[in-house]
Design a protein around this ligand. Sequence first.
Ligand SMILES: CC(C)(COP(=O)(O)OP(=O)(O)OC[C@H]1O[C@@H](n2cnc3c(N)ncnc32)[C@H](O)[C@@H]1OP(=O)(O)O)[C@@H](O)C(=O)NCCC(=O)NCCS
Length: 157
Amino acid sequence: MMQKDNFMIKILSEQDADLLRACAELCRDCIPDSWSYESFLSEVRRENGLVIAGLHEQNQVVGFLTASYVCDTADLTNIAVNPKFRQQGIAFLLLKFLLQELEKSGARTVFLEVRRSNQPAIRLYEKSGFVSVGIRKNFYQHPDEDAILMQYGESIC
Ligand SMILES: CC(C)(COP(=O)(O)OP(=O)(O)OC[C@H]1O[C@@H](n2cnc3c(N)ncnc32)[C@H](O)[C@@H]1OP(=O)(O)O)[C@@H](O)C(=O)NCCC(=O)NCCS
């Protein structure tokens, strides 16, 4: 857990049902093809799944991310911040926290996909140390779009 002023970061568990529901609602509002509450629940139940929430005043979910890892490789699968709380550094803090947690777990490389048009997210990832390593043609639907594959950490090539 990380705490600063009225903001704290928490790794969620199965016991945090209300916070997981709030993550699912935020996800629905911010990300096309979003995860349901059940998807969030199954992520925290998995041994190598992570749901990390940014909380305002201890209990309001203002941002979250999800990630999973196998051996030394991790995937960032979702990240979103409530529009009212954007551009205040919340996503950057969540990502920094994740990278520290993954390092403790032995992950050396993190991958993610991002829509080619999603400049706010691409800039966030670049600021956090990710670099573009490829394109996945027509990876997304609704609407159809290429994904940029980005990588953080040691090269596995
Ligand atoms: C992408 C997103 C998570 C960023 O959250 P945020 O809390 O506003 O980001 P931060 O305030 O931590 O910004 C960190 C960096 O990201 C970049 N960034 C964030 N918002 C940006 C914007 N609107 N335009 C350009 N760059 C932006 C900047 O480089 C910023 O650093 P700076 O403030 O030093 O310039 C947020 O816009 C969001 O929830 N988008 C919808 C969901 C989404 O697209 N998720 C990613 C794909 S799953």
